[in-house]
Design a protein around this ligand. Sequence first.
Ligand SMILES: C[S@@+](CC[C@H](N)C(=O)[O-])C[C@H]1O[C@@H](n2cnc3c(N)ncnc32)[C@H](O)[C@@H]1O
Length: 307
Amino acid sequence: MSIIHVPVLLNETIDLLITDKSGTYFDATLGFGGHSEAILRKLDSSGKLIATDVDDNAFNYCKEKFKNDKRVSLYKFNFSMVDVIAKIESVTGFDGILADLGVSSFQLDKPDAGFTFRTETELDLRMDKTKKQTAADIVNELSEDELSEIFRDFGEERNHKKIARTIIKARENKKIKTTIDLKEVIGAITPPNYLTKTLTRIFQALRIYVNDELNMLKEFLVRSVDVLKPGGRLVIISYHSLEDRIVKDFFRSESVTTLSPKEDPYGLQKKSARLKILTKKPILPGREEIIRNRRARSAKLRAAERL
Ligand SMILES: C[S@@+](CC[C@H](N)C(=O)[O-])C[C@H]1O[C@@H](n2cnc3c(N)ncnc32)[C@H](O)[C@@H]1O
């Protein structure tokens, strides 16, 4: 496999994540093992790394990469099952949990992985190929209002209504099967200098919807806190504002002892704080890292500690 994924904010992640060299760590987004490799370098022989990824290529690549390291256990599970994996591995509490969200450079750049609109492939966008619905199914089957909502909520696309309407019209004549079919439909109503940005937003929206990414992230965050040891660290790297907002709001709600007025309108209940926020503001990559690795430009790292 020739396309390498360069891990983002690597030193910052390791510094925040690892507090005990003999501890047990969870990498929720194994990818091509960049962060995992750095974690293992830091751990001693009694340390342990458990990691997961739903993508076949990533999982198989890392199975081979780490096959001689007895400290490693790999899973092909959705990361929202972090608590189930902890149970299988008899882990009572992780010392650190990392999620480097989104897709890898390999998924984005490999023409036949189906994530890019730069080459013609089936309009798929599933990370986990066992999931039933592809992006093509969604584009060909959902109603105009449903598509419009997806483009608005998950792509923050201003032209969501017009794009949905155009898709509905286009598919009456011919099914939209490939990435280029969709690009042509959107290209017909978008000025050429806006096309790449518009397509990026539409593909992001479809990807989030197909993989149910925001709900999986919410579930993962809640369950991660359940399986962190006191003093254990949760480190999340996100790449767009929808994900970052979820992480920020979750950290905030878990770090206060009172419920919000919406959750507890009469102020009768108290809950205990479970997290201490370690990054008041998110950590961003420096200029040098962005020059070296374009994918890093939108990264935001947030970290918290289990109380
Ligand atoms: C940005 S890449 C991780 C790269 C990795 N940190 C490295 O250094 O190689 C994100 C990975 O998370 C995986 N992924 C995304 N959502 C997932 C989920 N809900 N469960 C498991 N894996 C997921 C993707 O398949 C992808 O391989």
